[in-house]
Design a protein around this ligand. Structure first.
Ligand code: BES
Ligand code: ZN
Ligand code: ZN
Length: 504
């Protein structure tokens, strides 16, 4: 995507279409008033006829009939001025761009009012505009023949009034572009099927990201997973002919000489979850290609961090494997020894995510991180509880969980905390081993979280269950098209940015 910044009067700049925000109930003010005068009062007439009021996400396409430089204006409602937020801005751009897309143009302009969110907000505003723009355009079309010739938007020009804002808007739009590309990388990895996105594919993708100077990579193979003692992950992988990969990325961005403890990000990376011997029903099983969403999100974040060059150290861990039934597959009732030394009775081979994560979390503790955050499409119960509108959050540290929640809120990605009270622990006590991998009917997301908690020791830790937020079943969200959402990437980038700024 090519992004430009151009300053000047909106009525004078030329182009095919410009997206312009309109506040509800304000009539024609500022830029809108100038456009309306040039158009001979056309907007006023439409607004007074009540067809378009500027209600949040309402759209209206106007032809300028040669009266201004742009051939068309795409108005989008911003809602009430007092209620505007960064996320509303992102959503209204997404809505407007989705409408424009139908016009089949290759280049568009967006009016960037640098004062939308107050004084000195040019960078934040332009970042939100570019994110909304790029995120709403995402489509996984690399497997569709013939699609590539179709006309697509390739250039976007942000139109600003004051030339003095150029540098800030440039910086904001670059940051927005880097972040949106990272989200789209995560979406693409989730959307592509499991015959393409294998553990080896994820390892190659990680290696590509590790080409950046500050990142090193290590990939452990099946025999190393076994010899190191990762018995839980090994048990999941043993049923599959596809080689598992234990992928570790080490980003060292903290200033040289300062030995700073890292933050660890761990992502469930089950490239396909059949359930194993506890086989899933065939209806909707194809969706289990996105059971590696956690890993995809972590890779998206690492690719962003490498470009933003945050002054912080990060360890990323992806235990990547398929979960398959076969003659070699683990049996229900088998007992395995995890890397931590704990024994686990595998009651249900479909509760494989917590097995992979148990070893990945223990492995991550060896780096002595200050905080660990794992993301996992862990439980169907979380989809039942929260649907697609919030990630399930569980933690052993209220300070860390409130930071994660705040970071999510700031970027429009919500988390909702579930308790990890000890009272639930007897549900995962086994008769023959230290733990069992399922906790019965009640509180399925919590017992899964409590299982993970047994492997993090004293390290501040947050578990995000993203089973409901990773995949959107309808296309009603303005900047998350139907399918893989990439939700979690922006939350983590915001969290890590806050941490690198030393935010309390
Ligand atoms: N990958 C699934 C969870 C899932 C369900 C993700 C729906 C996305 C959408 C996970 O491995 C799983 O199968 N969990 C079981 C656990 C049960 C056997 C205790 C579940 O939730 O049914
Ligand atoms: Zn499963
Ligand atoms: Zn799974």
């Amino acid at each position: 995507m090519e992004i430009h910044v151009q300053s000047g009067r909106l009525t004078e700049i030329e182009g095919a279409v410009c997206l312009v925000g309109y506040y509800e109930g304000e009539g024609a003010k500022g830029t809108i008033a100038a456009i309306d005068r040039a158009l001979g009062g056309k907007i006023k007439i439409i607004v007074s006829a009540e067809t378009f009021k500027g209600a949040f996400l309402q759209t209206l396409l106007i032809r300028s009939e040669g009266k201004i430089g742009f051939e068309r204006l795409q108005l989008v409602g911003l809602g009430k001025r007092a209620e505007i937020t960064e996320d509303r801005l992102r959503k209204s751009v997404g809505q407007g761009v989705t409408a424009i897309q139908k016009l089949g143009l290759t280049s568009i302009a967006i009016h960037c009012d640098t004062k939308t969110l107050g004084k000195d907000t040019a960078t934040t505003v332009s970042q939100a505009l570019i994110e909304g723009f790029m995120l709403s355009l995402y489509e996984c079309d690399q497997l569709k023949t013939g699609k590539k010739e179709q006309k697509k938007i390739k250039t976007c020009t942000l139109v600003i009034e004051d030339e003095k804002d150029t540098a800030s808007v440039d910086a904001g739009s670059q940051r927005g572009k880097i972040i949106a590309e990272g989200v789209c990388l995560a979406r693409e990895l989730c959307s592509l099927p499991s015959n393409i996105v294998t553990p080896s594919y994820l390892a190659n993708e990680a290696a590509r990201i590790a080409e950046s100077d500050q990142i090193s990579i290590e990939v452990l193979e099946r025999d190393e997973i076994k010899s190191l003692g990762m018995g839980a992950l090994y048990a999941v992988a043993q049923g599959s002919d596809e080689p598992p990969k234990f992928i570790v990325l080490n980003y060292q961005g903290a200033p040289q000489g300062k030995k700073k403890r890292p933050i660890a990000l761990i992502g469930k990376s089950v490239t396909f979850d059949t359930g194993g011997i506890s086989l899933k029903p065939s209806e909707n099983m194809e969706q289990m290609k996105y059971d590696m969403s956690g890993g995809a999100i972590v890779l998206g974040v690492m690719s962003i961090i490498a470009q933003l060059k945050l002054p912080i150290n990060i360890i990323a861990v992806l235990p990547a494997t398929d979960n398959m039934p076969s003659g070699k597959a683990v049996h229900p009732g088998d007992v395995v020894t995890a890397l931590s030394g704990k024994t686990i009775e595998i009651i249900n081979t479909d509760a494989e995510g917590r097995l992979c994560l148990a070893d990945a979390l223990t492995y991550a503790t060896h780096f002595k991180p200050t905080a660990m955050i794992n993301l996992a499409t862990l439980t169907g119960a979380c989809v039942v509880a929260l649907g697609q509108h919030a990630m399930g959050m569980m933690s052993n540290n209220p300070r860390l969980s409130s930071k994660v929640q705040a970071a999510g809120l700031a970027v429009g990605e919500r988390t909702w905390e579930l308790p990890l009270w000890d009272d639930y622990f007897n549900q995962i006590e086994s008769d023959v081993a230290d733990l069992k991998n399922v906790g019965g009917r009640g509180a399925g997301s919590i017992t899964a979280g409590l299982f993970l908690k047994q492997f993090v020791g004293e390290i501040p830790w947050v578990h995000l269950d993203i089973a409901g937020t990773s995949w959107y079943n309808d296309a009603r969200h303005p900047y998350v098209p139907k399918g893989a959402s990439g939700v979690g990437v922006r939350l983590l980038v915001q969290f890590l940015t806050n941490e690198s700024n030393g935010k309390k």
